[in-house]
Design a protein. Structure first.
Length: 363
């Protein structure tokens, strides 16, 4: 990759050491084109999610998968298993695979596959972007829709055509850049409540993203451009806990509903079963999902989805100096439930929702 060294005129103002050129979004898409099968999966995924958000599809969205993708082979292994489970449970659940390539850090740490695919501080970002696109192509070609967090405002130009659902994280929900970007994204977007647990910033973000905007971005050729958006009508709230307490309980959900309605929004809520809602304990996620399902069985109409952090093996692991020592299928970021637990919690949720639906139809 060509490197262009900067002549730094004023070290007090400019701290860049160098620039490294990236292939344009158009060039990467030409190298890794969207296949007809993948395009059909993305289109069907977005349409189904829109129908869930507008109550034309009664199923529960479940965005589930590893906290982050660090091993392509393990990620695809997981995707193949999830695709089979998605077919089995498709009458009550709509499963979308988490494929997170960018990780926000409170201070420092591994920033994800795109930023550092080698997990060795080599920061081969062009390679990471290509690996992420290749992974999304493979997942969508299995017929499994993909979900990701939008952290860097440039990445969607490279990957957005392969994503059916996007999340804006708790740290970026207040960001004007991400609200503007979301207004132009072609898929439904979930805005997480703030790290303090409050929903006001996320509600404001949904309103903002629903409106047209003009903002700076890049075009398909990688040139700086003014982006003019039409607004995204499918923004919704993700409750992830915060401030040391969960917010998936019936009272918190009811208060979130009121905040959405007061802002003139459809009360669409997704419950993140991890993070603050599980006190950052992966083994608590099944209990959170059980509670969500019980709320739905009792007649809740605002909960439209859930998020679960799940991988092949339970827990997480630090990144070792010798990468050959990494445990296959175990997260290197947040701890996840294992595959056996994943199957059990999803099958149980589907069965309870199926039974509740049968009772309502018989009444």
């Amino acid at each position: 990759m060509k490197r262009e060294t900067l002549a730094i005129a004023d070290a007090a103002v400019f701290h860049q050491a160098e620039f490294e050129s990236m292939p344009s979004p158009a060039a990467l898409r030409a190298r890794l084109p969207l296949s007809a099968t993948a395009a059909a999966t993305v289109a069907a995924g977005r349409q189904t999610l829109a129908e869930i958000l507008t109550r034309r599809d009664p199923r529960l969205l479940v965005a589930i998968g590893p906290c982050s993708i660090h091993d392509i082979d393990a990620g695809l292994d997981y995707a193949r298993r999830l695709q089979q489970l998605a077919e089995e449970l498709s009458d009550t659940l709509f499963l979308v695979m988490r494929a997170y390539f960018e990780k926000p850090r409170t201070t420092t740490g591994w920033k994800g596959l795109i930023n550092d695919p080698g997990m060795d501080d080599s920061f081969r970002i062009a390679d990471g972007m290509a690996q992420a696109r290749r992974f999304l192509l493979r997942v969508n070609e299995m017929g499994l829709p993909a979900a990701t967090e939008v952290l860097d405002p440039i990445s969607p130009q490279y990957l957005g055509d392969l994503v059916s659902w996007a999340a804006i994280g708790a740290r970026t929900t207040e960001s004007q850049v991400h609200r503007e970007l979301s207004s132009a994204l072609p898929m439904p977007v979930g805005f997480k409540n703030g790290t303090d647990g409050g929903v006001e910033a996320a509600v404001n973000a949904i309103v903002s993203a629903s409106r047209p905007h003009a903002f700076l971005g890049i075009d398909a050729e990688g040139r700086a451009a003014v982006v003019r958006s039409r607004g995204n009508a499918y923004g919704h709230l993700v409750l992830r806990g915060g401030g040391g307490r969960p917010n998936y309980d019936t009272v918190s959900v009811a208060m979130a509903e009121k905040a959405l309605v007061k802002a003139g929004l459809q009360p669409n809520i997704v419950i993140d079963c991890s993070h603050g809602n599980s006190y950052k304990r992966h083994d608590m996620q099944p209990l959170v999902l059980d509670d969500v399902v019980q709320q739905l069985c009792r007649g809740n109409r605002s909960i439209v989805g859930a998020m679960v952090e799940s991988f092949l093996e339970a827990g997480n692991q630090p990144i070792p100096a010798d990468l050959s020592q990494l445990r296959y299928g175990c997260s290197v970021t947040d701890a996840c439930v294992d595959w056996a637990t994943t199957e059990d919690m999803l099958r149980r949720a589907a069965a309870e929702l199926r039974e509740a639906r049968s009772r309502r139809q018989a009444a």
